[in-house]
Write a protein of this length. Structure first.
Length: 146
């Protein structure tokens, strides 16, 4: 198993994984420089991306291949993305989720009102249009951990 940045030649494969997991692809091309993947036997089995906006980022497109869920690959790819966010000295990570609010607290994410996020985060496509208003907003303040 290998973790790293997505390669140009892998965009179609990673997009299929994100879409197959029921997640949007809007604006994903702006995130390729911070889109991470886990590869196993030559296949992408997990992915997560940071959509950097100012000093913060939206953690988005977190997906594990359906036939590989429950093997802690989600754990590994999110841990990797959080480490990269710290390396980039980002202040905080924000996400919206409709299905996985029980998954993210293990990384330190806490639920908070979506209007508590920085303005630049609230202006992201994900916050403006994509995730329904019933989605739960969560935040991880990295400044507290650096
Ligand atoms: C959510 C997702 C990324 C989890 O990936 P995964 O590799 O199956 O999860 P892991 O095996 O790393 O799970 C780690 C732990 O989180 C728990 N967990 C996994 N998914 C969970 C969920 N949706 N809600 C609550 N807990 C969850 C697991 O039970 C496991 O707990 P344990 O350590 O006590 O055994 C995966 O189910 C997925 O791709 N879902 C579809 C896309 C999605 O909803 N993405 C998040 C959108 S923001």
């Amino acid at each position: 198993m290998e973790l790293g940045l997505v390669r140009d030649s892998e965009h179609a494969e990673v997009d299929a994984l994100v879409q197959d997991s029921g997640l949007p692809l809007d604006d994903i091309d702006h995130c390729r420089g911070t889109q991470f993947v886990a590869r196993s036997d030559g296949k992408i089995v997990a992915t997560a991306a940071l959509e950097i906006r100012g000093d913060d980022a939206v953690l988005r497109s977190v997906a594990v291949a359906k036939d590989r869920r429950g093997e802690h690959l989600g754990d590994q790819i999110v841990t990797y993305a959080v480490q990269e966010a710290k390396r980039l000295h980002l202040h905080g990570l924000y996400l919206l989720t409709e299905t996985a609010e029980g998954f993210f607290p293990r990384f330190g994410f806490v639920e908070e009102p979506r209007d508590a996020a920085p303005a630049e985060i609230q202006e992201s496509v994900e916050y403006c249009h994509v995730c329904g208003s019933h989605a739960i907003a969560m935040a991880l303040r990295l400044e507290d951990q650096q």
